[in-house]
Design a protein around this ligand. Structure first.
Ligand code: PLP
Length: 867
């Protein structure tokens, strides 16, 4: 029988156990082993730490057991200790507070917006890397004491749960998540009524949402939920699924996230006294409407649109996460226009101006589309990609928005992602390292661990994974319709002594789930090698609308169903955080074979590395930056064959097989005197010791604070309304005047010889005449750009030499500029001269996308050359 209504009966904890509720409702338990172990002691039946969900557990435990615990002195003592530990963690000064003590100018608070958050398996509000990164960002911010407020949506069904049909086709399930059963609390007004966010929709409708909050250590995470009674049925479904539905549905979600999110932050700060954020950070473009809402707020206090844009830009950081154009949100312009008209969400903000912000103004741009990444870049004075390589790729990708500048100067920097060690390091690894002198939070201390112990640990983790895989495979086959009697073979799936390779990720085509199947015979030989076999664990979800991805999953499943190899290769359905936490530590090698350079960063390999698992990967994302042969392998790529994907896949797959057969497997099976693979163990040690400290989310969050949040807060503070207005006026004046700005004449008072050559160490005096129209020298910077030149006169490794005004205007109104240019490189060398807008409140000279070059440099490259 089906219930017609459901609700949650909350457990009543006996008084002495009350603190359990606080511990359960702060997600710090998800990365604090002692607290998790305390909950396991509440109900020892709960075996899997990673899947432990204290809120559910407290709801399920019997009154009798609770009464027993309330009298158990030992348990109460542990409880008191855990509570005290949490209080200390929440209240004590941490890194951020120390920086402030030392006089650093840091934002009072930062709001961090993301469409998904992967904090724990118990709060399934993520689809993959983007969300898990967001979760790790919050946790590391909490550990460091950064006053962050997370903002997202609460999806009633999360992403989806994956299972397989008998023949290997992905099945999606959407279980209902009842917020009352999740580690969340409703944000309420002083009188106890739930706080509410309301957005006006066209046609007099409105979209209401409640605000749930999760506590991620010190960091509140606000999640908007549209499933409330005030909404019409359509609006109730806005937050039904992550990345589900059509275009308008996505637009509603993004408006709720961006606009509603700012309103939720304001409400939260009003109710709790939390400082207002000075910086807004948008994790990918989906939350970009947050900038429009802040423009509306400022317009309400009397600022015009352009001045409000300046103020908003100053305090906004935009992180782009994908070099795949399909990964960027683009909406039909008409659709956006409909929602931002006069009866839409942001009355009083000019719809035409909003539309301009998302217009693809570069060559090849689609005039009919509204691009969220483009708006993100226009509304953020600071932007970044997520690895060094991805920063470079993003600068190329968005260069069209800064015409006249080399991609290297496009104002998009990079902060390489990191992962939250306490979440991702297996407790066994953590304990071994602390036993040999590693302080908590220090991950480089693998040096002292003896080979034997390191190897025993690896084997034990591999063994745990084997058990886990058999259980999951068994469950999966039951769902696929098999009877237990047919499943005896699963007891001998995988071997705790065989080299174990892991490959788990979402299944967009660029990640190439099935590259390993390119030559099935070859793969089979590797799996069944008589003395040096490998075994492979694969997992991954395809987006529900991606039939291509589902075909890849089926291909892999079918291969691994083959009785010849099924003991050596498995596909596990429903990849998620709980599985990931077992998988990374249990594997010896983590495989990653994306189409370079489409993996912006990748983080699963980092999590593997922290557990002593070695990386075997294409030089893409973070691996391109940090790979060293001492601790892993680079799969050679055939990037040059981007046009011929089949051939490229063939070549790269062949290189992969070869590496495994000739390099990876021999090293693993090459046993020294005591039966230990010494060279392998050395690689594990280097992975832990050299690579480990780099891949941490702490390092990442410190970089965000120092390189992006602090300058953004500084810029925002400088822009009180009067200054914002002056900056906007100045930009308008410069834009209007720019067509008359020109470099008219360049002359080198040169120590160049008659043949045009010059000597290293010489200095050239440049004398330049520029026309500035109605602008003054204070409005611009005139500079020489110099460096090595290629055959087409393109300057690389450019150095900038600012030139100074010398005297006033000449008879024709031109300004004379002069300055030295030091010749400090040998070989083909060249320079050009340019004029850029200059203002102390610009973050870079490229900010306005305006530049004037000498006529002979029209378009690109160097102007004047010497050889
Ligand atoms: C880390 C992680 C990811 C992201 O992995 P990539 O290497 O970035 O593809 C995806 N899903 C889960 C469950 C993860 O833990």
């Amino acid at each position: 029988m089906k219930a017609i209504r459901r609700f949650t009966v909350r457990p009543v904890l006996p008084d002495p156990l009350r603190p359990l509720s606080d511990l359960a409702h702060n997600l710090r338990w998800s990365w604090h082993t002692e607290t998790r172990e305390l909950f396991q002691a509440v109900e020892p039946e709960v075996r899997r730490t990673a899947e432990c969900d204290p809120v559910r557990l407290l709801g399920a435990v019997s009154a009798g057991r609770l009464a027993e615990l309330a009298r158990d002195e030992k348990f109460l003592h542990r409880l008191a200790e855990a509570s005290q530990d949490l209080r200390d963690y929440l209240d004590g000064p941490r890194w951020y507070q120390e920086q402030q003590e030392l006089g650093a100018e840091l934002p009072a608070a930062v709001a961090y917006f993301s469409p998904e958050f992967g904090v724990t398996a118990a709060l399934p509000q993520y689809s993959g890397g983007l969300g898990i990164l967001a979760g790790d960002h919050l946790k590391a911010a909490s550990d460091l004491g950064v006053p962050l407020i997370g903002v997202g949506l609460l999806y009633r069904h999360g992403y989806f749960r994956q299972s397989l049909s008998r023949d290997g086709w992905q099945q999606e399930h959407y279980p209902v998540l009842d917020p009352n059963e999740l580690p969340l609390a409703l944000l309420r007004e002083a009188d106890g009524t739930p706080s509410r966010v309301v957005l006006a929709l066209p046609g007099g409708r409105s979209l209401h949402a409640h605000i749930w909050q999760a506590r991620v250590g010190r960091v509140p995470l606000l999640m908007l939920d549209s499933d409330v009674e005030e909404n019409a049925p359509g609006e109730r479904e806005v937050t039904d699924r992550l990345y589900g539905g059509g275009s308008e549905h996505r637009l509603f979600q993004e408006m709720l996230l961006g606009i509603g999110g700012v309103r939720a932050v304001r409400t939260y700060c009003r109710l709790t006294g939390h400082p207002e954020p000075e910086v807004f950070h948008t994790n990918e473009g989906h939350a970009g409407f947050l900038g429009l809402e802040r423009i509306r707020e400022l317009s309400g206090s009397g600022l015009d649109f352009d001045s409000a844009v300046e103020a908003v830009r100053a305090g906004t950081v935009f992180t782009t996460h994908t070099p795949v154009p399909a990964g960027i949100d683009r909406f039909d312009r008409e659709l956006v226009a409909r929602h931002f008209g006069d009866d839409g969400e942001l009355p009083g903000v000019c719809a035409e101006r909003i539309l301009q912000l998302g217009t693809e103004t570069y060559p090849g741009g689609e005039p009919g589309l509204f691009n969220m990444a483009v708006m993100g870049l226009r509304l953020a004075q600071r932007a970044n990609g997520v690895s060094t390589l991805h920063g470079a790729v993003s600068r190329e990708m968005f260069a069209g928005l800064w015409p006249g500048f080399d991609p290297a100067e496009v104002p998009v920097t990079s902060v390489t992602n990191g992962v939250h060690a306490p979440t991702w390091v297996a407790p066994e690894v953590f304990r071994l390292r602390s036993r040999y002198g590693g302080a908590p939070g220090r991950w480089e201390s693998a040096a002292g661990v003896p080979d034997r112990e390191l190897w025993d640990l690896r084997r034990s983790l591999r063994g745990q994974l084997v058990t886990e895989v058999r259980e999951r495979l068994h469950a999966s086959w039951r769902v696929r319709g098999a009877e237990p009697a047919e499943l005896g073979w699963i007891d001998s799936v995988l071997d705790p002594d065989v080299l174990t390779i892991g490959f788990a990720r979402r299944v967009p085509s660029y990640k190439r789930l099935t590259l390993m199947l390119r030559d099935r015979e070859r793969l089979t030989e590797l799996l069944l090698h008589p003395t040096r076999p490998v075994q492979i664990v694969v997992a991954g979800k395809a987006h529900p609308a991606d039939d291509g991805g589902k075909r890849l999953v089926r291909e892999l499943v079918r291969f691994s169903d083959d009785p010849r190899v099924r003991h050596r290769i498995v596909f596990l359905p429903d990849y998620g955080m709980a599985m990931a936490q077992k998988l990374y530590p249990g594997c010896d090698v983590w495989l990653n074979n994306p189409l370079r350079p489409l993996e912006a960063c990748g983080t699963s390999g980092m999590k593997a590395a922290l557990n002593g698992c070695l990386n075997l990967s294409v030089l893409d994302g973070w691996w391109d930056e940090w790979f060293e042969p001492d601790f892993g392998w680079a799969i050679p790529t055939a990037d040059g064959l981007a046009q011929d994907e089949d051939r490229r896949d063939d070549l790269e797959a062949a290189a992969l097989y070869e590496l495994i057969e000739d390099r990876v497997a021999p090293r693993f099976y090459d046993r020294g005197g005591e039966g230990l693979p010494e060279r392998w163990i050395e690689m594990v040690r280097r992975t832990l010791g050299t690579l480990g400290p780099k891949v941490l989310a702490d390092r990442m969050v410190c970089e965000y604070v120092e390189r992006l949040y602090a300058p953004a807060a500084h810029a925002r503070r400088a822009l009180e309304p009067g200054t914002a207005r002056r900056l906007a006026d100045w930009k308008a004046r410069v834009r209007a005047a720019w067509p008359r700005v020109a470099v008219d004449h360049v002359e080198a008072v040169a120590p160049t010889a008659a043949d045009g050559s010059a000597e290293l160490g010489a200095t050239l005096l440049l004398r330049v005449r520029v026309a500035l129209g109605v602008l003054e020298p204070d409005d611009v910077e005139v500079q020489a750009v110099a460096g090595r030149v290629d055959a087409a006169d393109g300057i690389s490794d450019a150095q900038l030499f600012p030139l100074k005004p010398a005297g006033g205007q000449d008879m024709e109104g031109r300004w004379l500029y002069e300055g030295p240019l030091a010749l400090d490189r040998t070989g083909p060398y060249g320079y050009t001269v340019r004029v850029l807008p200059a203002h102390p409140l610009l973050a870079t000279g490229a900010e306005l996308g305006l530049v004037a070059l000498p006529p002979e440099a029209a378009g690109d490259g160097a102007g004047v050359l010497m050889r």
